[in-house]
Design a protein around this ligand. Structure first.
Ligand code: SF4
Ligand code: ZN
Ligand code: ZN
Length: 336
């Protein structure tokens, strides 16, 4: 059997996207060319732009950094590329994955900036989880990360952030929003450029790139990436939808792209009140763009401060009762 593209070499893989046998060179070329095509047809970048690559050390952002660096040189995009990482303060997870990002920095010769929750918000995720437990931690983390990336990109005077969201991630988000009835977010989740109205747009060149192909590319290119799951990852709902898509994909390999295309065709009834566009303003606390007077990150920070203060008061009360009445109540230790 021969490679279905060059019809010369022996095939080494079966491309998940096409199901056809391919040699490695043809696979690499097709993979890179498809991303280049997505970048060009969607006009994702302009010459001379300063572009931050959101780098977590995982497979998606490692391949993104590699391919962006390669295409920028090969097709002379004329971009200034940077790596930007967020340190959430998760011991045993992010500290290790940041070592991988540093390796990427050295391997690809790209400048790296790391912004941390500790410096930006005065909290680490370890401290937040200690205070609130494992129920809503990803909501806090997601809101903070989004803003941290924006603040880091502002520090680097960037024009854009590029993220490694792949086709599988986007299909999951489409289905999750559909299942929740959140059609406003559903239509936004397929945008290849989000935050056009903000001062820091985010672009997704992997919008049509399958996760399986990213893993295959990283593996055969021998790229170094970090593959451990976050220790605070309880995102059960997304996990459930992910499994559902995997089952669908097994039956019909084009399911992922089909879901994305369906999301693209969705149109919002602009008269429906919940679908109305929210007016953007500046957060009265941090000054960043927000849909409310206080942005999500600042209101979550207020919530954390209140929860911490409440715990301290409870602690003081229990301590006093303990001393005066010898109630024998367990003393809550505050180490935050
Ligand atoms: Fe943050 Fe949750 Fe992701 Fe962990 S799994 S990095 S806590 S969003
Ligand atoms: Zn070939
Ligand atoms: Zn704010």
């Amino acid at each position: 059997m021969k490679c279905s593209t060059c019809n010369e070499k022996k095939p080494q893989i079966k491309r998940p996207k096409t199901g056809k046998p391919s040699c490695l060179d043809c696979f690499f070329e097709a993979f890179e060319n498809e991303i280049h095509h997505t970048i060009i047809t969607n006009k994702l970048f302009n010459r001379e732009e300063r572009v931050c690559i959101g780098a977590s050390g995982g497979k998606d952002s490692t391949v993104l950094a590699y391919v962006m660096n390669l295409l920028n040189k090969k097709y002379d995009y004329g971009l200034n590329l940077f790596l930007l990482s967020v340190d959430e303060g998760i011991t045993g997870y992010r500290d290790d994955s940041l070592e991988t990002v540093k390796q990427n920095r050295d391997d690809y010769g790209l400048p790296l900036e790391i912004v941390s929750y500790r410096d930006l918000y005065g909290w680490t995720m370890d401290e937040i989880v200690k205070l609130i437990g494992l129920t809503n931690n990803c909501t806090f983390c997601g809101v903070f990360r989004r803003q941290a990336l924006e603040r880091g990109a502002n520090l680097l005077k960037a024009d854009k952030i590029v993220t490694g969201h792949n086709a599988d991630d986007i299909a999951e988000t489409v289905l999750m929003n559909l299942l929740r009835g959140d059609y406003h977010r559903l239509t936004k989740s397929v945008d290849i450029i989000s935050g056009r109205d903000s001062n820091m747009p985010r672009v997704k060149p992997f919008k049509y790139t399958y996760e399986k192909e990213i893993v295959m590319y990283a593996y055969h290119k021998k790229l170094v990436y970090f593959s451990t799951e976050c220790i605070y990852s309880p995102n059960a709902y997304r996990g459930f939808v992910r499994e559902m898509i995997k089952d669908l994909e097994a039956q019909r390999p084009s399911s992922i792209i089909d879901i994305i295309h369906s999301g693209e065709k969705f149109e919002i009834d602009r008269n429906a009140s919940s679908a109305k566009e929210q007016i953007k303003k500046n957060c009265t606390k941090c000054g960043l763009i927000s849909s409310n007077n206080i942005c999500k990150a600042c209101s979550l920070l207020e919530k954390l401060s209140k929860m911490k203060a409440k715990k301290v008061i409870e602690y003081e009360e229990v301590k006093t009762l303990d001393k005066e009445n010898e109630t024998g109540k367990k003393v809550v230790k505050i180490e935050i």
